[in-house]
Every structure is written in C-alpha cells, then in structure tokens.
Design a protein around this ligand. Sequence first.
Ligand SMILES: C[S@@+](CC[C@H](N)C(=O)[O-])C[C@H]1O[C@@H](n2cnc3c(N)ncnc32)[C@H](O)[C@@H]1O
Length: 248
Amino acid sequence: MSKNYLGGKFWGVANPSEFIRGIQHSVNNLKNQVGIFTGDQLFTFNRNLSFMDDEAFVSSMEKNAVDEVERGIIWRSSVLLWGIRNGLRLEGDFVECGCYKGTSVRVVCDAIDFAKVDKQYFLYDMFEHNDSMPHHAMPEHSAQLYQDVTERFADMPNVVVTQGRIPDVLEHVAPEKIAFMHIDMNNAEAEVSALEVLFDRMVPGALLVLDDYGWAAYAEQKQAEDAWLATRGYRVLELPTGQGLVIK
Ligand SMILES: C[S@@+](CC[C@H](N)C(=O)[O-])C[C@H]1O[C@@H](n2cnc3c(N)ncnc32)[C@H](O)[C@@H]1O
C-alpha cells in the first residue's frame, strides 16, 4: 500500500515558505493523494515508494536519522541499503569514503543486523576541517568526531572506522575485495583518487554509489568520474535521487 513522505528539506531555494506553499498547492490539486514524496529536490506522486514498506529500513531510519537532513534523504538511504543487500551475496567487504557522522552506515547496518554478518564495513573520513584542507567544512567536524563515530559503532566490531585523508589512508587500511562502495566526499579530486585505489578491488556485480553525481553544484565530480570510468568501459546511471550508480 502506497504511503506518503512529506518532507520539507530542499536545497537552493530562495524563498522557502513560498516554495513549500507552492508544493502544498500542487499536492492539494492531485487527483489521488497517494505515493507522494517531497524533499531532497524530489516531488513525486502516484509512486509505490516501496522503501516505505520496508519495516527494517523504516525503523532503522526512525532510530538513527535525527535531523531534517538525515530524515529527508530517506530515498537516497534506501538506495544504499539496496546496494548493501546486493553485496551480501557477493565476496568482499563494504566501503564508505566520507562517512561524516556515520549516519547512513548506521541506518543500513541496523536494517540488516550487520554485527551478525561475516563481512567488514570500512568507513573513512578526516572528521575535522581547517582552512588548509580542500574539502568543505561541515557543522560537526571537530577533533572529537572520530571518537564519536567510533563509539557509535562500538556494538559492531566488524565496522572499521579510520581517520585520514583519502587516498593516503588507503595505503594503511583497505579491504582486498569490495562487495559495495559508497563514495560521498563532495570533492572531485578525492573521489577520483578513491576510485584509483579501490575500483579494481570491487568484485563483479558489486554496486558503486556516487552520492553527489547528479547534483548540478557538484558537476565537476560528475565530469571527472565520467571521464575516469569511461576509459574503463563503464557509464554511470544518474538516479532521480541525485546519486550515480555503477554496476561493476
Ligand atoms: C557529505 S559528508 C558525508 C556524509 C555521509 N556519507 C552520510 O551519508 O552521512 C562528506 C565527508 O567527506 C569527507 N571528506 C572529504 N574529502 C575527504 C578526503 N580526501 N578523505 C577523507 N574524507 C574526506 C569530509 O570530511 C566529510 O565529512
């Protein structure tokens, strides 16, 4: 049965109250008030929104996604869970390059009870920011964040949280085989450097999700990744969520 998700988080809006009023006006003028999703630059209707029927996923979102941004990216998070579930039947471990607070990973880990899975999940981030670093600052970057994320996964010993700059840190800690990879560093140079080291380690059938691929503000990433992947014979599928998807 189709449900609705009426979120209010959109980026790049000049007048949020007028914008939301416009969306509400459009919703009010639908013939059937079903399958409506608003937020994260999406407005859909008459869709099945199947992820809303996935009880393990929805309850994990309710438990772990605490603010408007984390809740509002529910459709994107469901894509990650789909990629992870696909990876469960493959050889290799899971990777997230750019984990920040670890929320996306915690959502998928709780949905599949990852502590009981015979795989490791490798998380990377610098966790801090200063003006000498090329990545952009995020509100919770701090000297404490690495410790906080490590503690967030204290009950999952198969989650390996590593602090450091990609690609340098990959020389020290990285899986040999990868069954799923999520790259989300908002930075073309860092993301291509991750592909240079890790893409060849992805096993056939593993999914690569590029979080920023379809976002106009990160077009530089898309161009760099398209070029890098094209030389290896791969094309990226731009999903309506803004993510890019590649099947190895
Ligand atoms: C948008 S956030 C990631 C959000 C996270 N994937 C989630 O879904 O909650 C991007 C992160 O990438 C990290 N980052 C950017 N460049 C990096 C690099 N070269 N090495 C490691 N982490 C990097 C930043 O520190 C930041 O925390």
